[in-house]
Write a protein that binds this ligand. Structure first.
Ligand SMILES: C[S@@+](CC[C@H](N)C(=O)[O-])C[C@H]1O[C@@H](n2cnc3c(N)ncnc32)[C@H](O)[C@@H]1O
Length: 439
């Protein structure tokens, strides 16, 4: 099922996505600009922003001292913030490696600020023999006269395979074209109409000759592409523009998706922003998972519904939204919180429930509370489970999840049950359930 997760991609990659289940990963993380990225260019749009600054990684310095490779610890001596950004990326890229299929490819979008260091990290995680290209995305614009350098007008996309098997999926040419507009923009061709209104282009036949070719035929013929991609950035008046800062053009994502996936394959974007990768994947009939730590990203992606062709819109509207954000789980109603806990544990609610809110696939009973869990709460689930026909016996474990926590009496009862009855008791809050392990 197509799913948007709100939360840190590290957690989602580790908890929610099965190993070796994804065909393609595209990621466009913060570039270490140190800025608050803001955007509001569409009239009437609300301001959207996310922070590309210390906020995401400053606390990681301690862990990094123990876990980072020696070269990264060395960088930390002079540039601690940059090193912790790299470490932050490293653990997320390791998690990406685990979920990617052996036939899969990963495209890491970055720029001059970190690309060389990220390449070292990618070489370590994916293996230097799996490096495929550094794609240079060049975009045009007004160049300023700078005093000591040239204007930077490109991003780097580091492309790696998960293994040698990736060659079975990959195509280095452009056909089939994702759309007429894309064909025309990329080939810089003008569409003409013949006397019957049928569209054609004049294509180069060599020796200075040009021949008339009907568009539908021309679009079937691809062309091999190299690693320098001259594609325009989104401009403010384009139909695609959402106002989300650092939005990438769909044409770029189409090219990546078409190179490395077939219809129905699963595409993952762990830093999906306003969902360009998701939108492109959806329109190309691929399944998708998008993750973003910023709720605006989801709102903006949802707001792009109108860019989806009519026949595909229901699937887009029915995509799952799952939160992995601690604060958001605190705002859930009791029913929503119960559903959320069951989804988290891949559990189902029994009917009739008989005092048990959920049972996991391994047969572990769950009790969900919005208020604090106490001695009695634990006792009640223990006795309900003993008599519940759907809870396998002997009972091995009980799970409790509370929006607000548990008190000392609950800890006492947990200790008693674990020592006297040999049943494990897990007491949880969203903080504990969504804890992010950086290693
Ligand atoms: C450069 S933007 C992505 C833009 C996107 N490619 C598009 O076309 O809209 C980076 C995104 O990463 C998100 N982000 C930052 N840290 C994250 C994390 N740990 N997990 C998930 N998303 C994160 C930010 O909220 C931001 O939306």
């Amino acid at each position: 099922m197509n799913t948007f997760y709100h939360g840190d991609c590290l957690f989602v990659l580790k908890h929610d996505i099965a190993p070796e289940s994804v065909d393609l990963i595209y990621l466009d993380p913060p570039f270490f600009t140190g800025k608050i990225q803001k955007g509001v260019w569409q009239p009437g749009a609300m301001e959207v922003s996310y922070e590309d600054s210390k906020k995401f990684w400053s606390e990681k310095a301690e862990i990094m001292r123990e876990k980072a490779p020696a070269w990264l610890r060395h960088i930390a001596l002079k540039r601690p913030d940059f090193a912790s950004y790299l470490y932050y990326m490293m653990v997320r890229l390791e998690a990406c490696h685990k979920v990617l299929k052996h036939t899969g490819g990963i495209f890491l979008h970055c720029d001059w600020r970190a690309s060389h260091y990220l390449k070292m990290i990618m070489d370590e995680i994916f293996g230097s023999s799996n490096f495929r290209n550094e794609i240079i995305w060049h975009y045009s614009g007004w160049n300023k006269i700078l005093s000591n350098s040239f204007e930077s007008r490109s991003d780097s996309i580091l492309f790696y395979a998960r293994s040698a098997e990736q060659k079975n999926k990959f195509r280095s040419w452009t056909a089939p074209w994702a759309s007429k507009e894309e064909y025309v923009r990329t080939r810089k061709q003008k569409i003409r109409k013949d006397e019957n209104g049928k569209e054609y282009v004049l294509s180069d036949a060599g020796g200075g000759k040009r021949v008339k070719r009907y568009l539908e035929d021309a679009m079937k013929v691809g062309q091999p592409i190299d690693n320098v991609w001259d594609l325009d950035k989104i401009n403010n008046s384009s139909a695609e523009a959402t106002g989300y800062p650092t939005q990438k053009p769909e044409i770029l994502l189409n090219r990546i998706i078409l190179s490395s996936t077939d219809e129905s394959d699963l595409v993952l974007d762990p830093f999906c922003g306003c969902g360009t990768c998701i939108i492109a994947a959806h329109k190309l009939n691929r399944r998708w998972i998008g993750i973003d730590i910023n709720k605006f990203a989801y709102d903006t992606t949802k707001g792009r519904e109108k860019q989806i062709p009519l026949g595909m819109i229901d699937d887009f509207k029915n995509a799952h939204y799952i939160t992995r954000d601690i604060e958001e789980t605190k705002l859930l109603t009791p029913k929503q919180f119960e559903d959320w806990v069951n989804e988290y544990y891949k559990a189902t609610k029994p009917h009739p429930d008989g005092g048990v809110d959920g049972i996991t696939q391994e047969g572990i009973p769950i009790q969900v509370k919005t208020f604090q869990i106490k001695y009695d709460t634990i006792d009640k689930l223990l006795s309900s489970s003993k008599y519940h026909p759907l809870v396998p016996k002997p009972i091995k474990k009980l799970i409790f999840a509370s929006q607000t926590g548990y008190d000392d009496s609950a800890r006492k009862r947990k200790f008693e049950i674990e020592t006297a009855e040999g049943i494990k008791v897990e007491l949880n809050t969203p903080e504990e359930m969504l804890k992010i392990e950086e290693n």
